[in-house]
Design a protein around this ligand. Structure first.
Ligand SMILES: Cc1cc2nc3c(=O)[nH]c(=O)nc-3n(C[C@H](O)[C@H](O)[C@H](O)COP(=O)(O)OP(=O)(O)OC[C@H]3O[C@@H](n4cnc5c(N)ncnc54)[C@H](O)[C@@H]3O)c2cc1C
Length: 543
């Protein structure tokens, strides 16, 4: 064990290891990058994290940088859950639900709780946290907050960040802060603090004040509903309140480490109505989607024909008998969860009419078993993501595009053309109602030609998204992998302001350095030769 690891083990309650096997295990997340940590720590409490931060801060003051990366389930696709220094694994011990108040509908929890575990607990009280990602089985709330994750219910219920009441965050120097909206008087108190927290409030307040008009103009360029790129400087000052929470959300552990979250939760209605609408013309979405959104569905998802064909070619019987119109260009999944049955039925009736007006075929289900069959079609994407074709695998790169709704069809048509030019299947799925499209090309990372193709497509797709007022990442983060593409989306001026935010929070660049700033050269140097999700088999301490 290294001297640093020994020192940390003496001072921490949680386990510390520098075992090559463990370091190898945590060298990957769900991205195509690889970076092994020097030390792995399984913190037992907030105090452990404070000690790690203080230790790293003191080293940095002596000009030695030992970075800290927080890690939940490691399902990050942007290469932000890996780091070269100390990796803090939250799933081992800091995975407890601390308080649940079903009457006031809030929950306080540690960051290593998975969405799935929280969901199971909340269901027993008739509650749920709606914006769960598709990776909810292993993704944690800490990772979800740090990426501001969203999912199939976000069209109605928003993102994980929308449910935050308060966060406890360990800063780069080991101080702890609690974030939340502040009025003028409370803000003035913070501005007067002589701590790092005070410096952060003063620095961010001045930065945003000095650049207010510029920031507003730049924000107006992005027309997509969701944007997870850079730091959310746009949300700090709202309605006379000042709140650091939006900066922490989506910061991917590069501004502070979340040690506790208090979240609002909402009533769960297990009785829903689901429609599967299959349309022959993709272009129908231009008119169908806005009309469907007026009905306030709880889900408005999609999968295209290419994806259905790809699933069927991998597993010919997987979708047998499930689709009445398997050849349709696009399949929509429209769910209503209104508490009043009559409103649910009315929504479903109107949705059916809209889809049929455009020549679509509609299948409808209210019984859970029948709904599961319909959802199976949307969730069959898993087959594409997990089944190699030869040595080629579905690769997440610019895979989390969001565009304004009115540009969705144009984006999908042009993205399909880009894929076809590169002799790739243009399978696409996503959150249609949010304008979010996911596409992952089948690529063999060991082949130089394939790698070149991957970068070519990523570049073309990012350019296309930005040209349509969209974003290169809705919720999966820019991280390391997509940081070079952020330069397409934001001007140098805006990126400069975001880098200043980082400097204010983390002057020595200890917290997840490289995330949101990596260059294309760095990305290429960290690329792995084989893509897999082997790290999903947990490597946690045993006793
Ligand atoms: C198959 C698949 C499907 C996915 N589907 C979706 C989807 O539907 N919607 C979506 O939004 N995303 C999706 N993702 C991306 C990812 O799963 C989510 O962003 C998820 O919320 C990350 O959680 P995690 O626990 O795995 O975090 P990790 O991957 O461990 O970490 C993610 C980021 O959060 C930081 N972090 C973790 N814990 C903390 C903490 N306590 N404090 C500060 N920073 C922290 C890490 O440093 C890293 O930067 C998907 C990924 C995969 C592989």
């Amino acid at each position: 064990m290294s001297k640093v690891a020994q020192y940390l083990q003496e001072h921490l309650l949680g386990e510390v290891t520098a075992s090559p096997e463990v370091r190898r295990h945590f060298a990957q997340d769900a991205s195509i990058l690889r970076l092994a940590p020097a030390i792995v720590v399984y913190p037992r409490n907030e105090s452990d994290i404070r000690k790690v931060a203080r230790f790293s801060w003191q080293l940095a003051q002596r000009k030695r940088i030992l970075p800290i990366t927080a890690r939940g389930g490691g399902s990050d696709t942007s290469g932000a859950a890996i780091g070269s220094g100390i990796l803090l694994i939250f799933t081992a011990h800091m995975n407890r639900i601390l308080t649940l108040d079903p009457r006031k509908e809030f929950v306080t929890l540690e960051p290593g709780v998975t969405y799935d575990k929280l969901e199971q607990t909340l269901y027993t009280h008739g509650l749920f946290l709606p914006p769960y990602p598709a990776s909810k089985q292993y993704a944690t709330i800490g990772g979800g907050l740090a990426n501001n994750a969203l999912g199939e219910k976000s069209v109605k219920y928003g993102s994980t960040g929308d449910y935050v009441e308060q966060l406890r965050v360990v800063l780069a120097n080991g101080e702890v802060i609690e974030t939340g909206p502040l009025g003028k008087r409370e803000l003035n108190k913070k501005l007067g603090l002589s701590t790092l927290e005070g410096e952060i409030y003063r620095g961010v307040d001045k930065l945003l004040e000095d650049n207010a008009d510029f920031i507003k103009r730049e924000k107006d360029q992005i027309k997509a509903r969701w944007n997870g790129v850079g730091y959310n400087i746009f949300g700090v000052k709202k309605k006379g309140r000042f709140d650091l929470t939006p900066l922490i959300l989506g910061s991917q552990g590069s501004l502070g480490i979340i040690t506790e979250a208090t979240l609002e939760v909402v009533g769960y209605n297990p009785r829903t109505t689901l429609l599967l609408g299959s349309l022959d013309e993709l272009s129908s979405l231009n008119e169908v989607l806005p009309k469907l959104l007026e009905l306030k569905p709880s889900s408005l998802e999609m999968i295209n024909q290419a994806a259905i064909s790809q699933v069927t070619s991998i597993n010919p019987h997987q979708l047998s008998g499930l689709l009445q119109n398997p050849g349709a260009a696009i399949h929509l999944f429209i769910e209503f969860d209104n508490l009043k049955e009559a409103s649910q039925k009315a929504g479903a009736r109107k949705a059916r009419k809209i889809v049929e007006q455009f020549g679509g075929v509609v299948q409808q289900a209210t019984a859970p078993a029948e709904q599961e069959k319909l959802w199976k079609v949307r969730h069959s994407v898993t087959t594409i993501l997990s089944e190699p074709q030869g040595n080629a695998k579905a690769i997440p790169m610019t895979e989390d595009i969001a565009v304004p709704l009115q540009a969705l069809v144009e984006f999908m048509q042009k993205a399909e053309a880009i894929y076809r030019q590169n002799r790739l299947i243009a399978s696409a799925w996503g959150h249609a109602g949010d304008g979010i499209v996911r596409m992952q090309p089948m690529i063999d990372l060991a082949q130089v030609g394939d790698r070149q193709k991957l970068f070519r497509i990523a570049d073309d797709i990012a350019n296309l998204a930005v040209s349509l007022g969209g974003t290169i990442s809705a919720s999966a983060g820019d991280g390391r992998l997509r940081a070079p593409y952020a330069r397409k989306q934001y001007s140098d001026g805006l990126l400069g302001i975001m880098q200043q935010v980082k400097k204010i929070f983390d002057p020595y660049a200890i917290l997840n350095p490289g995330v949101k700033t990596a260059s294309m050269e760095e990305v290429r140097s960290l690329m792995r030769g084989d893509y897999n999700l082997n790290h999903r088999h947990e490597h946690l301490p045993r006793s």
